[in-house]
Design a protein around this ligand. Structure first.
Ligand code: SF4
Length: 263
């Protein structure tokens, strides 16, 4: 097991300046409200420039590429490009393209797990579990550094469940894990300490809702209204979840998460 220094949170956010445009090539997209045309996996998006930047970055939403504005690789793009492939790119060396794209998907999943574990380590309420969290984070980082490895998702999910229970202990929050709350009217709802893990909150009205300490791991917030909502210490909220929802400058977000440009 490698003795890892903690991975800074900035390394778990996408840095396109150090990536070979992997998300714009590796993934397949279907023409939909999120993407303007059909693109097979492994082919560069027609908007990807020679410098691996997006040629319509400032106009993605008005050009029919809304899905790109809610995508987050959790830093997997720069890790694969710089660490696993030493700065080589699929353009310079087409022979590495298939391997690069395949490992990118795996790394994205592992980086998302590292994001959650890093958040869990910062939670004071989870202090009794900090040693266990730190050990698992090193194990996941080892799997990542090796470029592949056993499925760590189940281990992380189980541990995050215990972290969540500790962080929400005594709050008697609503139990709505996995519940379909699509379009629900939850305006001003008291969801303090609620278990909303995996809940479908697509298009839900959560304006001015109290979501402090709510567990939002994997909750689907696409199109949910968050104006005035308090998510200041919501648990396991990620950048793509925030970007897929609708909020405004009165929405309170956890430290380290910025309001998206389109709010
Ligand atoms: S539209 Fe831009 S951000 Fe989206 S896949 Fe194409 S190049 Fe990438």
């Amino acid at each position: 097991m490698t003795d890892h220094a903690p991975i800074p949170l900035r390394e778990l956010r996408s840095d396109c300046s150090r990536c070979a445009g992997l998300c714009c090539v590796a993934h397949a997209f279907q023409r939909s409200s999120d993407f303007a045309y059909d693109k097979p996996a492994g082919t560069p998006c027609r908007n990807l420039q020679d410098d691996f930047r997006c040629g319509i970055h400032a106009d993605l939403r008005t050009s029919g590429f809304t899905g790109c504005t809610v995508y987050e690789c959790f830093g997997a793009g720069q890790f694969v490009t710089q660490q696993l492939f030493d700065g080589r790119t699929w353009r310079d060396d087409p022979a590495i393209a298939a391997d690069m794209f395949a490992v990118f998907g795996t790394m994205r999943g592992l980086h998302e797990l590292l994001w959650y574990l890093t958040e869990a380590l910062a939670l004071r309420a989870a202090a009794p579990l900090h040693d266990e969290i730190a050990r698992l984070r090193i194990e996941v980082a080892d799997v990542r550094d090796a470029g592949a490895g056993p499925d760590a998702q189940a281990l992380v999910g189980e541990l995050l469940g215990r972290v969540s229970a500790l962080a929400r202990d005594g709050l008697r929050g609503r139990q709505a894990r996995g519940t379909d709350l699509t379009g629900a009217n939850l305006r001003r709802a008291d969801l303090h300490g609620a278990d909303l893990r995996g809940a479908l909150l697509i298009g839900a009205d959560l304006r001015s809702a109290d979501l402090r300490r709510a567990d939002l791991l994997g909750a689907d917030l696409r199109g949910a209204r968050l104006d005035g909502a308090d998510l200041a210490d919501a648990l396991f909220l990620t950048p793509p979840q925030v970007a897929s929802a609708r909020g405004d400058r009165t929405t309170r977000l956890p430290a380290g998460l910025d309001a998206p440009a389109h709010w």
